[in-house]
Design a protein around this ligand. Structure first.
Ligand code: GTQ
Ligand code: FE2
Length: 342
């Protein structure tokens, strides 16, 4: 509904008078009542990203940078660190022998491993090796540090809900007293405990984020390829699975959802829109995606952003596997989520 109030001279002078009292008449507001934001759809191609990441390794170390991250900012949000109004997207690179020191903070973080082998992340006393395509969970207020014990650079994408902590005025962080936190769980404990649709007999979920620290790509990929053979693809999403918190079947974070989808060779998807902010990272394959009025051609490791209520449709000439994360968990919990196929 837009207002059609005729502003009489009396109303105009009334508005002027109350301004000094920090009051504004609602009948004069011009804010949009439609879904969506000023954010733009955008793609960052790996051919632009990789050289800049490598260049940054020659200019700064993890000692100084703490995290060597290039933030992907929406063109309408320069200086904010955000790729949409609700999501942070960064690309982190770590060289052999480097350590990214231990800290914790109120924002939740997810990692999607892009390229390279030999890096680990340690979360609350458990170390996990990172492989391309893995989805990794760093819950709010969990101590975490990263390192590279291999012999090549390792790159991953960071997705944070720091826009939420900022919005609420609840951004806190703390450094661990030493660079590398002590390990008090064995590598593989989380996946053995929570990664097979089994739970410890007396387990009660009391956290906020998924206790499964890593969702390995090999398993996700196999599931998608199996399902591609046995069932019809969704008209808009192809074969798409949601990463679940194994303790409650919900989202891995109270704010963020994550997905992996397989778009089979020749797939031409129906346009779809959602109130979610969506960030995609291409794991495999080349194709194109239409976001609003723009068509982006994508290949492996490209990252693209679909702001709320922008129409999105996929068209691929070969099998593509695409990771994404969104603010769906928060919107679902709050009752805001809306979506439609067009
Ligand atoms: O790896 O701990 O991209 O704390 C931004 C903030 C990564 C991290 C980011 C962080 C991290
Ligand atoms: Fe962090």
């Amino acid at each position: 509904m837009s207002n059609a109030v005729t502003i009489t001279p009396e109303l105009a002078s009334f508005s002027k008078e109350i301004k000094d009292l920090n009051l504004t008449p609602l009948w004069e507001r011009t804010v949009s009542q439609q879904p969506g934001t000023p954010c733009k759809g955008k793609i960052w191609s790996w051919s632009d990203l990789e050289p800049k990441l490598l260049e940054s390794t020659r200019l700064i170390g993890t000692k100084d940078a703490e995290r060597r991250v290039l933030m992907l900012e929406n063109p309408v949000l320069p200086g904010t660190s955000f790729s949409t109004q609700t999501l942070f997207t960064g690309l982190q690179i770590i060289l052999p022998g480097e350590v990214a020191s231990a800290h914790r903070h109120t924002p939740n973080a997810l990692r999607f491993v892009v390229k390279g082998k030999g890096a680990y992340t340690s979360v609350e006393g458990e170390r996990t090796m990172m492989s391309p395509g893995d989805f990794i969970v760093t819950p709010n207020w969990a101590w975490h540090d990263h390192g590279n014990i291999g012999n090549e650079p390792v790159v991953w994408m960071d997705g944070l809900d720091s826009a939420f902590t900022k919005f609420f005025g609840a951004t806190f962080r703390e450094d661990y007293p030493v660079d590398v936190q002590p390990l008090y769980r064995s590598e593989g404990d989380a996946i053995a405990t929570f990664g097979s649709a089994l739970l410890p007999v007396e387990y009660k979920f009391e956290g906020h984020a998924s206790p499964l620290l890593v969702y390995p790509y090999a398993r996700t990929r196999e599931a998608l390829h199996h399902l591609q053979k046995t069932q019809a693809a969704h008209p808009s999403h192809g074969v798409k699975l949601r990463y679940a918190n194994p303790a409650n079947g919900k989202y891995p974070f109270p704010t963020m959802a994550a997905f992996m989808q397989l778009l089979p060779k020749g797939y031409c998807g129906r346009p779809y829109r959602t109130t979610e902010s969506q960030v995609f990272n291409v794991a495999e394959g080349h194709g194109s995606v239409k976001v609003g009025d723009e068509t982006f051609h994508f290949g492996p490791h490209d990252i693209f952003v679909v702001p709320p209520w922008n129409t999105v449709s996929f068209d691929v000439g070969e099998d593509c596997v695409v990771f994404s994360y969104t603010d769906r968990a928060a919107q679902d919990a709050l009752g805001f989520l809306r979506e439609e196929m067009l």
